[in-house]
Design a protein around this ligand. Sequence first.
Ligand code: G3P
Length: 224
Amino acid sequence: MLIMLDTADHQTIREGFEFFPLAGVTTNPSIVAKAKGDFWTIQEGIRDLIGAKSLLFAQVIGETAEEMLAEAKLLQDRLGENTYAKVPVTKEGLKAMTMIKKEGIGVLATAIFTPMQALLAARAGADWVAPYVNRIDNISGDGVGVIAAIRDIYDQAGIETKIIAASFKNVQQVLECAKLGAEAVTVPGDILEKMLEHLMTDWSMDQFNKDWKAQYGNRTISQL
Ligand code: G3P
């Protein structure tokens, strides 16, 4: 399962890509607005930070399929080959997905709340679908259950569209998606950090350091 960062914050992306094995970055209009700056400076800055080979998912905001297609072309022109147009799973969005794919541009169907939306998006040609796990949980739904149902439907029908589970508020939700075989998750910076943290790891490191210093002082292996 690939791991992506769900943010437009350059500092979070810089640090994330320095330390974590990340495959890409996703944004949406709310995330970009939160970064408070010029749209292209934000998006091109992300591309520079993650390099040409990493995946970048940027959302269209047009209301009609034709507008979405024009935006998808522009996004790919300015942000490079490994850029996917995020298209909402609406009626115009479904139409746009097919049109964008015909132009050879990758598509991620976003704002997925049900398995049926994921099926329709796949049939419209989407390369990826992004079900919103925590937002589903927050409307008394079962976010992880939706991932499981999509996995089932895709596997039974031989659909190759990939699941990038999104909208996370805790690590357990991420773990459940990994166990179900989602091809990717996209997480905010704080959840990424929490995926790594464990008190017993910290305790073990303290113990190793204490024992090493008792025998070798402050010297490192290369100084011995
Ligand atoms: O990628 C979708 C995601 O950004 C939604 O997340 O945390 O706003 O529910 P959230």
